[in-house]
Design a protein around this ligand. Structure first.
Ligand SMILES: *Cc1c(COP(=O)(O)O)cnc(C)c1O
Length: 363
């Protein structure tokens, strides 16, 4: 039977290999995988399950609901620490306790509300604190944190186990902002000399040991995204996205392709029309810029529509049912992302449920 649907292959052995590479780079520092957005779209239970086997014992998610789902998936025998980056959101108390989740308190308001919650419990809940060192997105301001430490009351209600911040420019090593954030973070983490600290996500890991502190939080590099938003030979593609050819068409110079007048062929072109489009998660903006891999070469992606994408295959022999790789070890996710003016993270989380999923490697 000729295949007609796109296929996403998730390679758990590649995931494990990437985790080991990152652990090696940070030496003895703990690497706590970030599995938010359902494990970057690949399945948080699947990803965390394999990483647990590789020794990961702390995980980060964004939403409370993701934390609850991950706790259920890990089950009673795998007692991981699960940090919820959204922190103490209103009404979160019962779910945080029920699923034994650790909120990352990220504003003064959250600290105040979590303090009332903590006092109602009769024990000190485990929490983490996030301070904003320059990203201006999430975290207490340095001033708020400093003030908070001077007031003994609020923090005494918690069992504080991590102090963290997040870098905004780590994929650009030449950008001075990472060093500025590091300089800002040091005295803030020193307000809590006994408490482990964390600053680096994937890209930060590659900035060097000064950025590692006690715990790093890799996300995209676990899945093969390179540290500078460029392919890195040390990392393997975990997600391979392929689509079968449905049709091959030869089109004259001057003809338009797909919708609207914008894609006009400059020369006669042989196109493979493949069964994947933006409804499967391909980024529409990648057309005219990105390349797909077919029979040993990268081929220009000419058009992306909802269900179908056209690839210029030149005079290479091709037949319906043959597979074209849109993302994987050959058509690198970082190049695909750059072509669509995006990041590898978005390419992964966009992959939709319509594509068939195949899991390879040990669970
Ligand atoms: C998403 C996120 C990470 C992981 O980032 P990657 O770039 O995928 O490694 C780490 N820390 C925080 C606070 C995040 O929001």
């Amino acid at each position: 039977m000729i295949p007609t649907a796109a296929r996403l292959t998730i390679d758990l052995d590649a995931l494990a290999a990437n985790y080991r590479v990152l652990c090696e780079i940070v030496g003895g520092v703990e690497a706590a995988p970030v599995v938010k957005a359902d494990g970057y779209g690949l399945g948080a239970a699947l990803v965390a399950g394999r990483l647990w086997r590789e020794g990961a014992r702390r995980f980060f998610v964004a939403r409370l609901s993701e934390g609850v789902a991950l706790r259920t998936a890990l089950g009673p025998d795998r007692q991981a620490v699960i940090y919820v980056l959204d922190g103490y959101v209103s009404g979160a108390g019962p779910a945080l306790i029920g699923a034994n989740l650790t909120p990352v308190l990220s504003s003064l308001d959250q600290v105040r509300r979590a303090e009332m919650w903590a006092k109602s419990l009769g024990f000190k809940p485990i929490v983490a604190l996030q301070v904003d060192t320059g990203m201006n997105r999430q975290g207490l301001t340095p001033q708020d944190l400093t003030d908070l430490v001077r007031e003994p009351e609020p923090l005494a209600s918690f069992d504080l186990q991590l102090v963290m911040s997040h870098l905004g420019s780590a994929p650009q090593p030449a950008d001075p902002r990472s060093a500025e954030q590091l300089t800002k973070f040091r005295p803030l983490r020193d307000l809590f000399p006994e408490i482990p600290a964390s600053l680096a996500a994937s890209a930060g890991i590659f900035l060097g040991g000064d950025y590692h502190f006690d715990l790093v939080r890799p996300g995209i590099s676990l899945f093969g995204g390179g540290p500078e938003e460029r392919p890195d030979p040390r990392l393997k593609a975990v997600a391979t996205f392929e689509a079968p050819i449905c049709d091959i068409r030869s089109v004259e110079a001057g003809e338009t392709i797909g919708y609207g007048p914008e894609t006009v062929l400059a020369k006669p072109t042989r196109l493979a029309v493949i069964a994947a489009g933006y409804a499967d998660g391909l980024l529409r903006l990648s057309k005219g810029k990105a390349f797909a891999w077919f029979k040993g070469a990268l081929r220009p992606i000419v058009s992306v529509t909802m269900d179908l994408t056209s690839v210029d295959i030149g005079d290479t022999p091709a037949a319906p049912g043959e597979w074209v790789e849109v993302m994987g070890n050959n058509a690198h996710i970082d190049l695909l992302a750059a072509a669509a003016r995006s990041v590898a993270h978005e390419c992964l989380v966009r992959i939709s449920a319509r594509a068939d999923r195949v899991i390879v490697g040990e669970a």
